[in-house]
Design a protein around this ligand. Structure first.
Ligand code: FPP
Length: 240
């Protein structure tokens, strides 16, 4: 099929809790099954030759959930990384993490670092996991970084422009997302990428994340291929 594909897909994986509650299960069961969906979608992105997949795994605001759920999620990240890293590496996936690591456990941080080191040279798919991430946090840390550079005389005030700002964001080495997907019927950005979504095509699915399939991703990709992207211009602008 000769369809226009996004280079970077960013997903808010919403609906795990409701999926579990609908079945009379504890909410955390939804997260457990959600990891299986992550695997399916990673495989599908590899097959479709998507360059970057960003997944919102834990937001700056998620710390306000019950401690037992936060603990479960943190353990799930450590376990899933340990279990899947070799297979991801074999498939040429480069793992990278976006977010504030300072509040994560020593164990999780070292697993993240090891996964990034092991897969750093891979080039089939960049799997970017947003963990303890918030779009507002990212913008504030970028502003602080630039302010420090001005203080240190490494950049002049006049040279602060959009490109310099983008380079200070946590996603500096990634292209901006072309397609944003949120599952579960909610139609919000919820403090995911804010700067980076300026011209991203938005797609909302009613499917809860544990039920999201490769076929649902294909639907989103097909919808994306029909969109006319104008970037503020009057006619569609070609993009790579
Ligand atoms: C939102 O559903 C989901 C999360 C906050 C956690 C998502 C995490 C995973 C799917 C595990 C991913 C693992 C790796 C290794 C990337 P919700 O709990 O807000 O659902 P609700 O809106 O129905 O309550």
């Amino acid at each position: 099929m000769n369809q226009k594909l996004p280079r970077h897909v960013a997903i808010v994986m919403d609906g795990n809790g409701r999926w579990a509650e609908n079945r009379g299960l504890p909410r955390v069961e939804g997260h457990r099954v959600g990891v299986e969906t992550v695997k399916t979608i990673v495989q599908s992105c590899l097959k479709n030759k998507i360059a970057v997949l960003s997944l919102f795994a834990f937001s700056s605001e998620n710390w306000a959930r019950p401690a037992s759920e936060v603990d479960f999620l943190m353990q799930l990240f450590v376990q899933a990384l340990g279990r899947e890293i070799q297979e991801l590496h074999q498939h040429g996936v480069r793992l990278r993490f976006t977010g504030d690591r300072s509040h994560l456990s020593e164990l999780l941080r070292s697993e993240m670092q090891a996964a990034e080191a092991l897969t750093g040279e891979n080039n089939q798919l960049t799997l970017n996991i947003a963990l303890n991430y918030g779009g507002k946090w990212d913008i504030v840390q970028a502003a602080k970084k630039l302010a420090q550079q001005v203080i240190d005389n490494n950049i002049s005030f006049e040279n602060i422009d959009e490109a310099a700002f983008a380079k200070s964001l946590n996603t500096a080495d990634l292209p901006d997302p072309d397609l944003f997907i949120r599952t579960s019927g909610e139609q919000r950005i919820s403090n995911f990428f804010l700067w980076q979504l300026a011209y991203t095509e938005l797609y909302f699915s009613d499917i809860l994340w544990p039920d999201f399939t490769a076929a649902e991703l294909e639907k989103a990709l097909a919808c994306f291929s029909m969109r006319k992207r104008r970037y503020g211009l009057t006619t569609e602008k070609d993009y790579v």
